[in-house]
Design a protein around this ligand. Structure first.
Ligand SMILES: Cc1cc2nc3c(=O)[nH]c(=O)nc-3n(C[C@H](O)[C@H](O)[C@H](O)COP(=O)(O)O)c2cc1C
Length: 360
C-alpha cells in the first residue's frame, strides 16, 4: 500500500474534514511555488476549446475555491485546474460542520455553500500567480451567485463575477448546479439559464473587444439529478448559444446505494465520490451523443483511477476532473493516473486521448 494510505490518511482522517482540507491548501500554497511541474507523457496532451492541456486530468472546482494554490496544481500532475466557485462578493458559507467523510463509500457530503473570498480577491491572486510566470496549465474560473441575491437578480451576479475574473481565466464555468445555495439549481431551467448564459457571453465578447485578447471558452456545469429531458434541453441551449462546453456533473442529492451509517448519509448536502461515478459517466455519454462534437464535455464524478478516467473519455468526455479521490488517495494519485492512462493507450495502440472514444 502506498505511504499516503498507510500512514498519512489514518492520521488525517482523525481530524475534521474541512480543517484537513484547509491544511492541505495551506501546504499546497506554500510548497507549490517551489516545486517543479510534473513530467507528463506527451501522449496525454489534449487540445480542446482552443486550449492546450498537458493532460486531460484536471482539478475539479471547489478544492481551490479562492485560487490560493494555483502554482501547485501543475506540480501535482494536473493538466488543468478550475478555481471557485467564486461569487461577486466574499461570503462565509453555511455554519460548520459542513463537510463529512463517508469512508465506506469513498464519498463526501458537503454543504459548504460557496464560502469564498469574492471576485476581487480571487482576481488579484490570479493576477499575482500569472505575474510570477508559474501558471503552466489552463486555469478555469467557476462562477456562482451569492446566497442573498434574489433569483431575478442572479444574472447580474454571474455577469459581475465574470467581468472581474475574465482577464485571468483561460475558461469560464457558469455554475448553476450546486445544491447548497437555495434555488440555485432552478436556474438550470431553460429561460433562466438562457438569460444568464447570454449575459455571460456578452461580457465575454465585450471583454475580448476591449482587451484585444481572444474570447474565453464558456461552459455550464450541470447537476446529475436532472431528468434526461432537462439534460437534453440544456444541451440544446448550449448548442444554440454556441457555448464551448458542458461540465458533467456537480454533486448529487441522491443517497441511493450507500453503505455508510444513516447518521452520516442523512447529512444534508451534495454527495460526491464513488457513488456518483456511473451516473455522471452516463450523463457524459448523453450530452456527448447529442452534441456530436460541437461541445467539449468535461466529465467529473467519482474518478479515482485511470480506468475511471478512461470510462469518461470513452463515453465522450474531452477532459476529466476529480476532487473526492484526492482526499482518499492523496496527491500522488494524479501522477499515477497520468502514467497508467498513457500505458493503457500504448497497450491498445491509441496515439491520442481523443481517440479513446472510438476505441471504447
Ligand atoms: C467539498 C466539495 C466542495 C465543492 N465545491 C464546489 C464548488 O464550489 N463549485 C462547483 O462547481 N463544484 C464544487 N464541488 C463539486 C466538484 O467540483 C465535483 O463536481 C464533484 O465533487 C464530483 O467530483 P468527485 O466525485 O471527483 O468529487 C465540490 C465538491 C466537494 C467534494
Amino acid at each position: 500500500m502506498d505511504p499516503y494510505r498507510r500512514l498519512v490518511r489514518p492520521a488525517l482522517f482523525r481530524l475534521d474534514p474541512e480543517r484537513t482540507h484547509e491544511a492541505a491548501i495551506a501546504l499546497a500554497e506554500r510548497v507549490g511555488r517551489r516545486l517543479p511541474r510534473a513530467q507528463i507523457d506527451p501522449a496525454l496532451e489534449v487540445t480542446a476549446m482552443g486550449l492546450r492541456f498537458p493532460s486531460p486530468i484536471g482539478l475539479a472546482a471547489g478544492f481551490d475555491k479562492g485560487a490560493r494554490a494555483v502554482d501547485a496544481w501543475a506540480a501535482v500532475g494536473f493538466g488543468f485546474a478550475e478555481v471557485g466557485t467564486v461569487t461577486p462578493e466574499p461570503q462565509a458559507g453555511n455554519p460548520r460542520p459542513r463537510m463529512f467523510r463517508l469512508g465506506s463509500d469513498h464519498a463526501l457530503i458537503n454543504r459548504l455553500g460557496f464560502n469564498n473570498p469574492g471576485s476581487v480577491v480571487v482576481a488579484s491572486r490570479l493576477a499575482a500567480a500569472r505575474a510570477r510566470g508559474r501558471v503552466a496549465i489552463p486555469i478555469g474560473v467557476n462562477v456562482g451567485k451569492s446566497r442573498d441575491t434574489l433569483a431575478e437578480r442572479a444574472v447580474h451576479d454571474y455577469a459581475a463575477a465574470v467581468e472581474r475574473l475574465w482577464p485571468y481565466a483561460d475558461y469560464v464555468v457558469v455554475n448553476v448546479s450546486s445544491p447548497n445555495t437555495p434555488g440555485l439549481r432552478d436556474l438550470q431551467a431553460r429561460s433562466a439559464l438562457g438569460e444568464i448564459l447570454t449575459a455571460v457571453l456578452d461580457v465575454d465578447v465585450r471583454s475580448a473587444e476591449w482587451s484585444g485578447e481572444p474570447r474565453r471558452p464558456v461552459l455550464v456545469k450541470l447537476a446529475p439529478d436532472l431528468s434526461d429531458e432537462q439534460v437534453d434541453a440544456v444541451t440544446e441551449l448550449a448548442l444554440e448559444l454556441e457555448l464551448a462546453g458542458v461540465v458533467v456533473s456537480n454533486t448529487t442529492l441522491s443517497r441511493a446505494g450507500l453503505r455508510s451509517p444513516a447518521a452520516m448519509t442523512s447529512e444534508e448536502g451534495g454527495l460526491s465520490g464513488a457513488p456518483l461515478r456511473l451516473r455522471s459517466t452516463e450523463l457524459v455519454g448523453r450530452v456527448a451523443r447529442r452534441a456530436e462534437g460541437a461541445l467539449a464535455v468535461v466529465g467529473v464524478g467519482g474518478v479515482s483511477s485511470a480506468r475511471d478516467a478512461w470510462d469518461k473519455l470513452a463515453a465522450g468526455a474531452s477532459l476529466v476532473q476529480l476532487y473526492t479521490a484526492l482526499v482518499y488517495e492523496g496527491p500522488s494519485l494524479v501522477r499515477r493516473i497520468n502514467r497508467e492512462l498513457a500505458r493503457m493507450m500504448r497497450e491498445r495502440g491509441i496515439e491520442r486521448v481523443a481517440d479513446i472514444r472510438s476505441a471504447g
